[in-house]
Design a protein around this ligand. Structure first.
Ligand code: ADP
Ligand code: MG
Length: 271
């Protein structure tokens, strides 16, 4: 049987392959997307997919194109080439609010809360999208704030939060919109090892509840520990994809992180 006749899940994945056939049960499919800024190809024909109940790690040195992929999924940037499908529907002509309405939520690497609003107020905006009744929405908000361990700051203005609590608020805001897909752009940066473990526990719970989660993180221990699969980007290209254990031994990945290029962005190899 040649490769064309195999069901998609049986087609062997080649390292760095950018146009693999996607599994039929994928919830979110990123298909050969490219983004060019001026003369710079920030994302170069990248393909991957996420299933319901799966955590996909997305790693790569600073400037590899990770946040740009999130921005394309959310409708902030339109890809120059390729497509992004959610439940089989193309997202590339939608605005960010339309993408959120469909069931995808993201956190910002550089947090973007409404600074003069309280934590509760910030999270309520997201909750009102699905729960129009203010009383019910506030009940949900309270639960979400507790769940991300931000209960102590429920009535604090966002501008007065610590960096770590701003990260928690980003996650709470995203969860409040009841997403099916959660895109987390470095939400664990600045957390202590114990706080990282608590975050990992929460992500596992959310995964077990059926969410599909894309995790971008420089904390290697966290990524390798929690991801069902890992996609590695370097200079906008996918250089590897697979199970965490295999990825950590892939020579291309080791080169990108540990080789002389690994220090180009100031990202220590062992973070
Ligand atoms: P990562 O999140 O992996 O660190 P980014 O996606 O933020 O990388 O950036 C990828 C590349 O695209 C970088 O070289 C960055 O400078 C560039 N870039 C990102 N956004 C823009 C933009 N709006 N305009 C021009 N260049 C950009
Ligand atoms: Mg980034």
């Amino acid at each position: 049987m040649n490769k064309q006749n195999l069901p998609p899940e049986k087609i062997p994945k080649e390292s760095g392959q950018s146009t693999s056939t996607l599994p039929p049960n994928a919830l979110l499919q990123v298909q050969g997307v490219t983004k060019v800024f001026g003369g710079l190809t920030a994302v170069d024909h990248v393909t991957f997919s996420i299933k319901k109940g799966q955590i996909l790690g997305l790693i790569g040195p600073n400037g590899a194109g990770k946040s740009t992929i999130v921005a394309m999924i959310m409708g902030v940037y339109k890809p120059n080439a390729g497509d992004i499908l959610f439940h089989g529907e193309s997202l590339v002509h939608f605005k960010p609010n339309q993408v959120v309405e469909r069931g995808i939520a993201r956190t910002f690497q550089v947090e973007k809360p409404l600074l003069s609003m309280t934590v509760t107020g910030n999270v309520l905006i997201g909750a009102l999208l699905r729960t129009p009744g203010r009383k019910e929405a506030l009940e949900q908000v309270k639960k979400i704030i507790e769940r991300v361990r931000l209960g102590h700051a429920a009535h604090t203005l966002a501008k007065n939060l610590t960096v770590q609590d701003r990260k928690r608020l980003e996650l709470a805001r995203a969860l409040a919109t009841c997403p099916e897909v959660l895109l987390l752009d470095e939400v664990m940066a600045g957390l202590t090892p114990m706080e990282i473990d608590q975050s990992l526990d929460l992500l596992r719970q959310l995964r077990d509840e059926g969410l599909a989660i894309l995790v971008i993180e420089h904390v290697m221990r966290a990524i390798m520990n929690i991801s069902d699969r890992v996609v590695v980007l370097d200079y906008g290209k996918k250089i590897a994809e697979g199970e965490p254990r295999k990825i950590s031994q892939d020579p291309l990945v080791v080169e990108a992180y540990l080789g002389k290029r690994g220090t180009r962005s100031g990202v220590p190899a062992n973070r």
